[in-house]
Write a protein that binds this ligand. Structure first.
Ligand code: PLP
Length: 403
């Protein structure tokens, strides 16, 4: 028997896990499954802005060779200007690495840093790649609580309690996946002060920083400190609806002087994978400099805004379900009354729903949430389909018994 590496023993990514496989099986058998499980806008009819697609097309011939391993100079320059406009201190084009999506850079940032048993503070609930990347790199993911009773903002006291002599850094996901929370500047200030006191690196995943509703304003964590090293992550997948292009970036700012060895390590790993997908890199400058069509989608007249409204209304009208209304991204993380439905396993709940109604969600435990009382909904489908799908969930729950 050929065995997988033991390094994978505790590595999980439930968004494409066993229940997802089961949904694929159902589709192969001819059933139509409504996928509210993955934040992939294109299959729901969202299109990247034309000028971005155009720039990739006209540059296909120019994109045949490798680039600098950090990425095209013009693309990095555009990222530099964008970072400066968000207040990130002392960013130059050499502080930027372009990757095959933020995913690759999350892996790289952990692999270059961690020795066995080094700890990284990660939110619960989290975007699970962060936890997986830490574990796969030999480190230990320590989860700090985001508090549902406080609009899912990070619980600073819990974060501080969990810092040990082995803690190397902390991860912030803002706007948040899976809760949709957008953090106010005071919260970010407190987090960076804590990072400064304990000399932690700040990893700020800001991949949804343009998907904001109502009066929400996004602030980059790195803008609040020059004293610690901050790595800020973003890309084209969500803000520009181009997840398949696999284009993301990572920006180092703040106290780079204390981190020359780590930054060298990051560059070494970036060099070993030569460079990221080159045709997609040509889209970056256009995306950051051009007309931002995502803005129209999040206005009250826009598609994403309307979908959020319908999703929230339908979910919260189901007896036994409550939800904090999200201010950003395109996810909701509702709470389900486990007593009412006799739920011991959120995985069973999601699997039962899939089999019964052919609706695919992801269980809260897939986001490293410890209790079986949450699940995540992706509200990318059109309002009509969302309404029908959430009505199926309501119907299913009328008689559900999780025992
Ligand atoms: N970070 C967060 C919070 C995400 O939700 C996702 C994708 O869903 C990623 C990173 C990965 O994005 P990319 O497509 O750039 O690899």
């Amino acid at each position: 028997m050929i065995q997988k590496s033991t390094r994978l023993d505790n590595v999980f990514y439930e968004i494409r896990g066993p229940i997802f496989e089961k949904a694929m099986d159902l589709e192969k058998q001819g059933y139509r499954v409504t996928r509210l499980n993955i934040g992939n806008p294109a299959p729901f009819g969202f299109e990247a802005p034309d000028e971005i697609v155009h720039d990739v097309m006209v540059n296909l011939r120019n994109g045949q060779g490798y680039t600098d391993s950090k990425g095209l100079f013009a693309a990095r320059k555009a990222i530099m200007h964008y970072s400066q406009s968000k207040g990130l201190p002392s960013v130059h084009e050499e502080d930027i690495i372009i990757g095959n999506g933020v995913s690759e850079l999350i892996m790289l940032s952990m692999q270059a840093l961690l020795n066995n048993d080094d700890e990284i503070l990660i939110p619960t609930p989290d975007y699970p790649l962060w936890t997986a990347a830490v574990t796969l790199s030999g480190g230990k993911a320590v989860h700090y609580l985001c508090d549902e009773a406080s609009d899912w903002y990070p619980d600073l006291a819990d974060m501080e309690r969990k810092i040990t002599s082995r803690t190397k850094g902390l991860v912030i996901i803002n706007p948040n996946n899976p809760t949709g929370a957008v953090y106010p500047p005071e919260v970010l200030q407190q987090i960076v002060r804590l990072a400064e006191r304990h000399k932690l690196i700040v990893f700020s995943d800001e991949i949804y920083d343009k998907i904001l509703y109502d009066e929400a304003v996004h602030h980059s964590t790195a803008a609040f400190t020059e004293d610690v090293l901050c790595l800020t992550f973003s890309g084209l997948s969500k803000n520009y609806l181009a997840a398949g292009f696999r284009a993301g970036w990572m920006v180092a700012s703040g106290n780079k002087a204390i981190a020359s060895s780590y930054l060298e390590g990051l560059n070494a790993l970036a060099s070993m994978r030569l460079c990221s997908n080159v045709p997609s890199q040509f889209a970056i400058q256009t995306a950051l400099g051009g007309y931002q069509n995502i803005k129209d989608l999040v206005l009250p007249s826009g598609r994403l805004y309307k979908q959020r409204e319908v999703c929230y209304e339908r979910l919260t009208s189901i007896p036994g379900i409550t939800c904090v209304k999200p201010s950003g991204a395109f996810y909701m993380f509702p709470k389900i009354d486990t007593k009412k439905f006799n739920i011991q396993s959120d995985e069973k709940l999601v699997l039962d729903l899939l089999i019964d109604q052919h609706v695919l969600l992801v269980q809260g435990s897939g986001f490293n949430w410890a209790q079986p009382d949450h699940f995540r909904v992706v509200y990318l489908p059109m309002v009509e389909e969302l309404a029908i799908t959430l009505d199926k969930l309501a119907e299913f729950l009328k008689t559900y018994d999780g025992a």
